[in-house]
Structure formats: structure tokens, C-alpha cells
Unconditional design. Structure first.
Ligand code: GLN
Length: 426
């Protein structure tokens, strides 16, 4: 069965030796690969072939990995189901007839189906953790600045990070070790060692939660589906049985997180996507003496509906007169979310919640209702607003056999702690 995990299947060979020798790592199609087309799931970039590799791609091949292809994704990362791709939807191998989640749905499906050993995705508001949860695999959204974004085609640059998707916590941690580290070509990267962290991620997957305090934010639990909550509470019981202390915490600001996230993400997108005008990047609109018309034709033909909706809303939120009303308010909410997480981490080591409040949607179910899709990001978006690391680890299945994911959030550069806690559930 063809799940449509890949937009382009084209092998990029790695070095003969290295920590990932003999391992295949699929790469999301918004990460630049020299000589291999990089479409971002968009008609606009249907025939775009980057002249250089992203830093993470250089790191993968230097570590010996083989890249089997570029994975399917929601157009420019805008979606939660991989259905906004111009190259058709991907099917969930763990739940036939259902979406694989998004936007890194091709990456998670490829790993779940064994079409790649591991994969890279990107996470702006949940796009690694959501598909990992829906496909029953592990995904890590790193602390902002841990992994270089050089060569990643930007959607909302203040929120997004590249991160690993793998069958187990240890493998995901191993892949994170390869791509983490400061990069002089991305000024937003930071050295974990300057911030109380280090890069020994795989060794942290030792399952030892005996000294750990795990906080459960009531706000991220109360609205979840019952079938999801059952699995969530079972996982907490298991962690408690292994010696962890479970305690309730409050994050009152997160009820505004989805709204703040979408205003900020759409505002940044409206600016980042301005370069796709058919002249600088993208398929030409055909010049006929009027540049405005030429650009408009290129963007009308090249972008899908969801991308156009977001560019329009983002431009509106940034326009004179509305900037203070929407964009500035969203930034204030972002600061408040950050503060709430900071105070929570004064009393707990990690925070736990369901990754997604719902099990995977059926194919086609959510496309006509963008708001429903946005609200499914309630538990993942606060983490991006606060620039924190988080992992999604499988927490069993619903009675209908649909995968459920557990999310663990850590303090900045606290990757080891979330890896340790997640590995206790395997
Ligand atoms: N679903 C969110 C969005 O559509 C997250 C996407 C992402 O993380 N790239 O914006």
C-alpha cells in the first residue's frame, strides 16, 4: 500500500562511517537538500532545487546517515493533518483511514511504516509531536536554539525548531545528538553548555524517574477526550509506580495560547512568505508590464487555500491600526505563558499532558473546519510560545486501536530530563 510518505524519493548517501552509518533518515521537505527538490508541500516550489544543504543535512551525511527522500507535509508546515499538501494526503500506517497528523506527517508515517529508520521533522506549534502521537512513534521538539535552522524554509521563525522522529526514545535522542549544537550560520542557535545543559542525550534514556517530580497542568488535561485521558492516567500511574511523584500544577495563561500562537505564526508567515512572488522564488506569474499583477498571479496559482488564509490574516494582524490590538496582545500573552512555565518549573522537573487532546482524525474530517484543526493544538502550542523542549512518547491505544501520545515538557535545555522520563514508559 502506498501511504504517500514521500514527495520526492531520491537517495542522498552519507559518509561510510559515523554514528548513523547504515541508518536511513528521511527529511521533511521544508529542509534544503542540495540538488534534490525541496517543495515545502507547495505547488509554488514544485520545481525548486536548492543550491545548498541545510546544516542538519550536512550533519546527517557527515554522521553516515543515508537520506532516502523528502517527506510529505502540510503546505509550508501549515496544518495538523498533512492534508494541506499540494501532493495529496499521507495515510496513517498505525490507523488506516486516518490522518498521520501534521505538519510532519510524512516523516512520522515513514518511521511508523518502516520506510525509514528515523526522520527529521519541524515543529512550529506541534508539527513533530502531533504526528508522532498520531502514528505511535517518538518525537522531540528541542529547546529553541538547540538545533540550527539554517536551510529550513521559514514558516514562523521565532517558534520553529527541527527535531527527530524515531521508533524509540533512545533512537530519537541519538538523532538529536547528531543535529544539536551551535551554528555560526544561524545566530539564534545557542550552546547548551552555556545554559546548564549538555549533548549526552542518548545516555539519558535510562528510565530512572525515582527522584522525579512530574507536574500535571489541569488546563491541559480537562478538555481532552475520554479515550485519550484513560491512556494518559494509566501512563501517569506507571510513572508513579516507578517512583516518580505526581502533582497538579496550574498554568492559567495557556487558555490564551492557541489564539496567541495563531496570531504570531500567521504574522510571521505573512512576512516570511513574501519572497514567493515568482521572481525571487516560486513559479513565475508571467510578466505582462505590471509587476503587482505578475506577483498576484504567481501567488494566486502557487499557494493553497490554507496558506492564503494565513497570509491574509497575518497581514491584517500586522497592519497599521490593528498591530497593537492583535500582534502586541499576542506577544503579551506569549510573555505570560513563558512566566507560567518558569514558575511551574520552580516546583517540578517536568510537566505531563496528553500530546493531542483527540485521537487521529479520519481522512477528510477536519479540512473544512480550520478552527477545529487549530484548537487541536491546545497542548502543543504553549511549548513553542515558551521556547521549551518537549517529547511525545506512545501511551497506548484507544479501544478503537487509535494511537495516543503523552507529552513531557522540560525547562529550557532540559532535554535530558524529558528523555529520561519518556524512556521510563517504554
Ligand atoms: N498545526 C500548527 C499550525 O498549523 C502547527 C504547525 C507546525 O508546527 N508547523 O500552525
Amino acid at each position: 500500500m502506498d501511504l504517500n510518505c514521500y514527495i520526492t524519493e531520491s537517495t542522498i548517501d552519507g559518509a561510510d562511517e559515523g554514528p548513523l552509518a547504515g541508518v536511513t533518515v528521511a527529511v521533511k521537505d521544508n529542509i534544503s537538500t542540495e540538488g534534490v527538490r525541496t517543495t515545502c508541500g507547495s505547488e509554488m516550489l514544485d520545481d525548486y532545487v536548492p543550491p545548498y544543504d541545510a546544516t542538519v543535512v550536512e550533519q546527517l551525511t557527515a554522521a553516515g546517515a543515508t537520506i532516502p527522500g523528502k517527506t510529505n507535509m502540510d503546505e509550508f508546515g501549515m496544518g495538523t493533518t498533512t492534508e494541506t499538501s499540494a501532493f495529496g494526503p499521507t495515510e496513517n500506517p498505525a490507523a488506516p483511514g486516518h490522518v498521520p497528523g501534521g505538519s510532519s506527517g510524512g516523516s512520522a508515517a515513514a518511521v511508523a511504516a518502516g520506510e525509514a529508520d528515523m526522520a527529521l521533522g519541524t515543529d512550529t506549534g506541534g508539527s513533530i509531536r502531533c504526528p508522532a502521537a498520531f502514528c505511535g512513534v517518538v518525537g522531540i521538539k528541542p529547546t529553541y536554539g538547540l538545533v540550527s535552522r539554517y536551510g529550513l524554509v521559514a514558516y514562523a521563525n521565532s517558534l520553529e525548531q527541527i527535531g527527530p522522529i524515531a521508533p524509540t526514545v533512545e533512537e530519537a535522542a541519538q538523532l538529536l545528538e547528531v543535529v544539536a549544537g551551535p551554528d555560526e550560520r544561524d545566530a539564534t542557535t545557542r550552546d547548551a553548555r552555556d545554559h546548564g545543559g549538555n549533548y549526552d542525550f542518548a545516555a539519558a534514556a535510562d528510565g530512572d524517574v525515582s527522584d522525579m517530580t512530574i507536574g500535571v497542568p489541569t488546563e491541559l488535561v480537562e478538555d481532552a477526550d475520554e479515550a485519550v485521558l484513560d491512556r494518559f492516567h494509566e501512563s501517569l500511574d506507571e510513572l508513579e509506580a516507578q517512583g516518580a511523584t505526581i502533582t497538579e500544577v496550574e498554568l492559567p495563561s495557556v487558555e490564551h495560547a492557541v489564539q496567541a500562537y495563531y496570531v504570531i505564526a500567521m504574522s510571521e508567515a505573512s512576512s516570511n512568505l513574501a519572497r514567493f512572488d515568482g521572481v525571487r522564488y516560486g513559479t513565475s506569474g508571467g510578466y505582462d508590464g505590471n509587476w503587482n499583477e505578475t506577483f498576484a498571479r504567481a501567488r494566486e496559482a502557487g499557494f493553497g487555500e490554507e496558506v492564503k488564509r494565513r497570509i491574509l490574516l497575518g497581514t491584517y494582524a500586522l497592519s497599521a491600526g490593528y498591530h497593537d490590538k492583535y500582534y502586541k496582545k499576542a506577544q503579551d500573552a506569549r510573555a505570560w505563558v513563558k512566566q507560567d512555565f518558569d514558575s511551574a518549573f520552580e516546583s517540578v522537573d517536568v510537566l505531563a499532558s496528553p500530546t493531542m487532546p483527540v485521537p487521529p482524525f479520519e481522512l477528510g474530517e477536519s479540512l473544512s473546519d480550520p478552527l477545529k484543526m487549530y484548537l487541536a493544538d491546545a497542548n502543543t502550542t504553549p511549548v513553542n510560545l515558551a521556547n521549551l523542549p518537549a517529547i511525545s512518547v506512545p501511551a497506548g491505544e484507544t479501544a478503537d486501536g487509535l494511537p495516543v501520545g503523552l507529552q513531557l515538557v522540560g525547562p529550557a535545555f532540559g532535554e535530558q530530563t524529558i528523555i529520561r522520563a519518556a524512556s521510563a514508559l517504554e
